[in-house]
Design a protein around this ligand. Sequence first.
Ligand code: AP5
Ligand code: MG
Length: 191
Amino acid sequence: MVNFLIFGPPGSGKGTQSVRLAEKFNLMHLSTGDMLRAQIAAETELGKKMSSIISKGELVPDEVVIEMIASKIDSTKNRAGFLYDGFPRTVAQTVALEKMLNKRAMKIDSMLVLEVDHDELVKRLVLRADQSGRPDDCDTAVIENRIRVYREKTEPIIEYCRKKGIYQPVNGMGTIEDIFKRLAGYMKKFL
Ligand code: AP5
Ligand code: MG
């Protein structure tokens, strides 16, 4: 099974593109952000603990998301592979994912990084705030913090993956359709 990371800062279009790509290529879409928001909506103990971290735009502890992903990998059937959206977010999460995949005779095949200008990221998230109801979209200071956390804690994964030869930058500016075609073009080679 093939394993793709859809990577990029908040607002770069990871979720938008992942839904469409997962459908096109019969992949399991795994978004740790969506999984965490489902826990919050269901008012689970974990959700209650995570909600204040998420509303500040900080990262939840590595072990929380690693466990979520591991259980999804094992329960997935009849798919061509996996599309990870918003995971991994630290080098430690990346190493944990690689170990999980290696144990199951898989690897990260490609890391597709959406590149989008800072002002466009903020514009998209501010626009979304009205419909999404996401507390982390409603305050521009929190949006800026999410982008800062991405640059500090998540972006180092790019160098890690570049050394492994799996880093693929993708222009994330333009229409949703054009970006989809670019991403699908890169992914086709692995499927
Ligand atoms: P997560 O849910 O992953 O959010 P994020 O990274 O902040 O990214 P977004 O979902 O806001 O943006 P996106 O790139 O998916 O863009 P989208 O397609 O939605 O994480 C939320 C929080 O959960 C984190 O801050 C953290 O606290 C926690 N968390 C999650 N995973 C974690 C992990 N692994 N470790 C630790 N903590 C974790 O698009 C954005 C908007 O733009 C939409 O309105 C869309 O319609 C629009 N749009 C998309 N493409 C275009 C386009 N081409 N042109 C115009 N508009 C567009
Ligand atoms: Mg998203």
